[in-house]
Every structure is written in structure tokens, then in C-alpha cells.
Design a protein around this ligand. Sequence first.
Ligand code: PLP
Length: 369
Amino acid sequence: MQESATLALNARAKQMAAEGKTVYNLTAGELATDTPHYIQAAVAKELSKNKYTPVAGLPELRQAIAEHTTDFYGLDWIKPENVVVTGGAKPAIYAALLALINPGDEVIVPVPAWVSYIDLIELVGGVVVEVPLTEEYDLDVAIIKAAITPKTKAIIINSPHNPTGAVFSQTSIKELAATTDDIYVISDDIYATLVFEDDFEPTPKAGFNKLVIINGFSKSQALTGWRIGYLIADKTVASAATSLLSHITGNAPLPSQYAALEAMKGHDQPPASTLKALIDQKEIVTKGLENAGIKHNIPGGAFYVFLDLRELTNDSAEWCERLLTETGVALVPGEAFSAPGFARLTFVADETVLKKALEQIKKFVGAAK
Ligand code: PLP
């Protein structure tokens, strides 16, 4: 198993910066802001508490998550016993896959896809079945339908989407719901509150027959380092995941559970200033890419944009490597997301850094012509 390519590249860009090189690090999968003050204040009051909690989380937190998600997703079956609080969304996905997948079971993954799905499916003995998203990064339900076999146990989808920032269309999500009665749909909703469109509907609202929701506070509350997330599933899967986690992580970190409880009081909305900054940054970056003559999508959420490099190179990993060594701009090559020919740019950086990075990209592309 390889280390997560995004974490490895982020570490390399930070190392280069520490050596005194000018680096524009656009690889990160996290917001640049500090822990919100309301969360700092709430957690500070609980710091004397230090004991194990139930593996699936503090009862009041599971209750708050069940209430919030019932509302947010318009689903009527979510009760506290369906909620398992985890040390980040990653262990939630891992526990869900461990609970669901027997060796040889197939899991459909639309690609490009976030780095860890494929490794985690393989880690639990599953077989990854990659299917392409459309050219506009929407679900291609005809292709998904054709990929379903008697061995298919689940499909993992993620909207807003990492690495593209795309939001899947309501039409395709509803079609998917109509096609997947017999398999689990694992909906990774980690970016569901970081959206730029008013009419966004979170994926689980479509009402899937067998659904596992993955979510967390890493992106919405800028709490990546605090490790706090959750899964929601039917009682059998939730209780299997809890048993598994009882041997792997035990409960999620207690201070982080209090942070989540506080976030739930505001329905886990990110600060308005965060969303405003992301929208401004998205504008700067998409204009800059246009200026540099690089094809790209217009993201509907999250903080990524996907660069289509197919007209510029036939080796996107090498292109990103040269971009980094020659200009200091760090992007993640599409190879990390099963999408060679592309690269992911994270636009959480201040305006000056983004503008300088885009100037460098423009010069680099110009020099290669
Ligand atoms: N799911 C997606 C799509 C992500 O992009 C990430 C983080 O980059 C995660 C899950 C993991 O989140 P966490 O840091 O809470 O484990």
C-alpha cells in the first residue's frame, strides 16, 4: 500500500518551503483558517473530562447528529443508534467497509475519485470496480448500471466531489437511487456544507434503499487535525462498525466530540466568512486558469478545481513534477485520483499567493508552447 499521495505531496511541499524555497502549496485537503472561536471556547470548558466514552460516541452527540441529519437529509429513520462517531471520516469509511465487504465483494467507485477509497476497499479484501464520471464530472448511471454484478456490494459516491469540486446533478442522483435497491450506496458527504449553489440538495435526500452516510467536521469546521467524523447506517451495519471500532480506535477523541457537539448547535454550518472566502478564491483561480489557457471545470463546492492537462502533456505526473521544481507550484497529479492527464488544485490560499501561483502556471504553460 502506498502512502496517501495528497498527504505525501503536501508534506514534500512543506519540506521544500522549510528549506527556504518559494513554494505555492496548492495540494492541501483542508481549510487554512484556525479552529473557530466558538469551538475553542466550548471545548475549553470540558478539558477536565478525560475518560473513555461509549465507542459510538457521547449519547448527547449521537442524539444531536441524529436530529440534525434527520432535518438536513429529510430522512425519517435516523435515530441515535444509527449514528457512530469516529476519529475523522476516514475511520468511518474504513469501519463501514469492514462491516459490509466480504473478500471478493465488488465496490463500484466512479473516477476520478478521492485517493483513499481504492486503498481502503482493497485493504478490506474488496474488489474495486472503477467506472468513469461523465466529461462534466457527473454520475454516468448507465455505466454504473452496467457495472453492477451479483458480486456488487456497494458504490461510493461523493458530492461535492474531491478531486473536482463538482456537484452531481439531481437527475443523476435520482436515477442512481432508482438503480441501486440491492446494493449499499455509501454517500461521502464531507463537503455537503461547503457549496456555492443555493439549490444544492445533499445526495442522501434522494432516498436510497440501503444507505451509509459518511460525514464529519474536518472540512465544515476546519477541524482536520482534531479527528472527528461519523457514519450513519442501518442498525446492523452501525452496530458491526461499533464492534470493529471498539478494537481499532475505541471512541473518537473526547475534546473533539465536544467540538462536534458545539458545531451541531449551529447545524454544522461553516462560518459565513469561510464560504465567502472560498467563493472569492474560486473566482480568482478559475479566471487565472482561463488566462493561462488551461481547461478546467467550474466547481460547485468543496475547494478544488480539476485541471485538464490532456492537450498540454501525455504525462501529468511528470508535468506536475516539473511545475513544482521549476516554479514552486505544487498540485496533485490526476494519477492519485485514477485520472491521469489531469491535476487537482486546492484554492484555499490567500489572494496574493493564488495570483502569484497562477502567474507561475501561466508562464510555465507559455514556455512549453
Ligand atoms: N472523504 C473525502 C472525500 C475527503 O476529501 C477527505 C479528506 O480529504 C475525507 C473523506 C477524510 O476526512 P477526515 O479528515 O475527516 O478523515
